[in-house]
Design a protein around this ligand. Structure first.
Ligand code: TXA
Ligand code: MG
Length: 346
């Protein structure tokens, strides 16, 4: 299959792309978080094609993207008040909410679960495409399974060219890590994946929110509640270690490792420390005072390390306040929770 690539801005006519979706084809498109790989959420064959194109296990449910609040009616009759309050505060935006679904939504889309994950993205191209494509687009991140999520159309082309009908190039995304996922189907809302919308931001609107305890540390027998968080994705090809502790200890220990390591090394660090490393390919993620820059650069840096054949990655750690929690969750997952505490205690 030849993959057509089109450039788009907010005024581009997306009728043709919408037709592809309606006919059961796949279109990758920009959102504010990462690029998504879209198909008609109500067409089980489209969802099967999404799994096949990504090489993704089919028990890992997809997020259904909508463009209007009225679209909720076809998804659920059991919509909690908290969804409306959070939608009012954060939609369109980087928040996915899980609720009980209606039987019409094919199990191919929801991985056989009785719940559905829903998001209204904050991106003009995404919103136009959803409308042109019939209102309900199932879309995981548009990377091959196991690769970092795409923040540029070229990342999508690298992973999925020849496997999907179209890629809409809307330039670099704004946020760079996937949406926050909050499960509203149980007693107490629970964050299944941290993102740009933090626990504190959610709590200000709906009161107490729990966080899946397996997201930030390796737990004995602990299983993340979102199926997709169980796989070691966001994974670079090289080995990766994260160093915690006082900043000067971290840079000293990474320099020590760099000097003794014979394999090709990469360093992921903040702007402030970038000049301190003596060897290796240095990728600065951004200033520690600007966690949104750090979030935007993580996946791109990991892909660049892959492209350059980096075999060992050393990463600094970041404070887990606010957006830092989502940043550290992605780094920890990329490293398979391989952490070295430079203070010596475990
Ligand atoms: O920012 C985003 O959310 C991007 C853009 C394209 O919107 N999409 C995205 O989709 O990250 P994906 O498929 O890569 O991640 C969806 C996550 C997976 O971890 C999946 O297991 C979880 O959401 N998920 C989806 N439906 C669920 C459900 N009903 N219950 C629990 N987890 C669910
Ligand atoms: Mg993904």
């Amino acid at each position: 299959m030849e993959t057509q690539i089109i450039k788009a801005d907010k005024n581009t006519d997306l009728e043709k792309a919408g037709e592809i979706i309606k006919k059961g084809g796949l279109v990758a498109f920009p959102t504010e978080t990462v690029y998504g790989l879209g198909g008609d959420a109500f067409n089980p064959d489209s969802s099967k094609k999404i799994y096949a194109a990504k090489g993704r296990p089919s028990d890992n449910p997809l997020i259904v993207h909508i463009a209007e609040m009225a679209s909720l009616d076809r998804l659920s009759t059991d919509i909690p008040d908290k969804l409306y309050r959070l939608a009012e505060a954060f939609w369109p935006g980087p928040l996915t909410m899980i609720i009980k679904k209606l039987p019409d939504m094919p199990e191919e889309t929801t991985g056989g679960l009785d719940t559905v994950a829903i998001r209204m993205p904050d991106h003009p191209v995404a919103l136009s495409l959803i409308k042109a494509g019939g209102g309900y687009i199932a879309a995981p991140s548009a990377n091959a399974s196991g690769r970092p999520s795409p923040t540029l159309a070229s990342h999508v082309a690298e992973d999925l060219s020849g496997r999907i009908d179209m890629i809409i190039d809307g330039g670099e995304v704004g946020i760079g890590i996937e949406s926050t996922i909050v499960d509203l189907s149980g007693e107490v809302p629970m964050i299944l994946r941290p993102g740009y919308v933090t626990a504190e931001m959610l709590e200000r609107v709906i009161g107490p929110v729990e966080t899946d305890p397996t997201l930030m540390k390796k737990t004995e027998g602990g299983r993340p509640k979102a199926p997709g968080m169980r796989y070691r994705h966001y994974a670079p090809k090289g080995d990766m270690q994260i160093f915690t502790g006082a900043a000067d200890h971290v840079t000293a220990m990474i320099n020590e490792k760099l000097s003794s390591e014979t394999r090709k090394c990469g360093v992921l660090c903040c702007d402030e420390n970038a000049g301190l490393y003596k060897k290796g390919i240095i990728r600065r993620l951004g200033s520690r005072d600007d966690m949104s820059a750090v979030a935007l650069n993580i996946y791109r840096a990991l892909r660049e390390f892959d492209d350059e054949g980096v075999e060992q990655i050393y990463a600094e750690s970041f404070d887990t306040q606010g957006l830092g929690q989502a940043v550290m969750n992605r780094l920890l997952k990329a490293a398979g929770f391989n952490i070295i505490n430079t203070e010596g205690t475990k």
